[in-house]
Design a protein around this ligand. Structure first.
Ligand SMILES: [Zn+2]
Length: 282
């Protein structure tokens, strides 16, 4: 899904240029609270942005970019009214607003949690409108970290989908399987390893599906769908408490009866399950 947000990479290094944008009469500011929940309108279906009215502060105000020439900023501040996190409302937002919300939450999370240089420990200063920090102690430029995680829809030889329940989940929620990519691994290796660890499934085919930023606080979810060599599974019992294969009819019946529930509509997990139900994973 494309976004029209122009991240103005070539200009944002100039603090003067960014300050000029801040003073533009049509500039907009998105406020996020200490949990990186942002202000919204209409039950979370629209972001609520306000006009900046204080002086520009390069250390606090984050330039996200230009949307149709309109400067968009974010700030961590006291919020009032309707606030929601990305997980709650991403599916209701337009592609552009979803990009703004994910970028704002990811950036605010990073500045909040990593004010010091990881190499020398000195304090760092925000540069590039908020897209980087600089350490005066050792001249290192720092950028937001992203944690890649794979999320995989596994289909058996009978075209059934494997869904599992994590031991720390509430209720009867089921989903496809996910795990973080470890240091030195390719995405494909992470897919094979995670699925072997969690449900002891061997995969004969792994296909890329799509990705989604998940700034809770800084993940990038990389979606795959894969074919299992057989329908044999064995759950690890530590992370996954239960797993089973579902035909499309079984899934529809159990959802209708309220016996199971699926992940939030905002998640790529939901998109993967829906794509399988629609017969698109072939
Ligand atoms: Zn340093």
């Amino acid at each position: 899904m494309a976004s029209d947000l122009d991240r103005v990479d070539e200009h944002r290094r100039s603090a003067e240029w960014v300050a000029h944008l801040w003073r533009s009469p049509d500039a907009k500011l998105l406020k996020l609270d200490q949990q990186s929940r942002f202000t919204t309108n209409a039950g979370g279906s629209k972001l609520r942005m306000v006009k900046p009215f204080v002086e520009y502060d390069s250390q606090r105000h984050r330039l996200l970019g230009l949307l149709d020439e309109v400067p968009i900023f974010a700030v961590e501040a006291l919020t009032e009214g309707d606030v929601h996190d990305f997980r709650e409302v991403a599916h209701q937002l337009t592609d552009n607003e979803r990009d703004i919300a994910a970028t704002a939450a990811g950036m605010i999370n990073w500045h909040r949690s990593e004010p010091h240089c990881p190499r020398c420990g000195a304090e760092t200063r925000v540069i590039n409108g908020g897209y980087a920090r600089h350490c005066a102690g050792c001249d290192l430029e720092l950028f937001p970290r992203t944690d890649p995680a794979v999320i995989v829809a596994i289909i058996d030889p009978e075209d059934r989908l494997l869904l599992g329940h994590q031991v720390n989940w509430q209720g009867n929620r089921l989903s496809v399987f996910a795990g973080f990519v470890e240091s030195g691994e390719s995405l494909e290796q992470a897919v094979h390893r995670e699925m072997a660890e969690e449900v002891d499934v061997r995969l004969s085919e792994v296909n890329y599906f799509g990705s989604q930023p998940w700034p809770m606080p800084r993940s990038l979810m990389l979606g795959f769908w894969a074919r299992a060599e057989s329908s044999d599974i064995s759950v690890d019992g530590e992370e996954i408490g239960f797993a089973a294969w579902f035909s499309r009819d079984e899934l529809t019946q159990k959802l209708a009866a309220g016996e199971i529930s699926l992940p939030t509509k905002s998640s790529i997990a939901h998109r993967l399950v829906q794509a399988w139900r629609d017969g698109e994973l072939t």
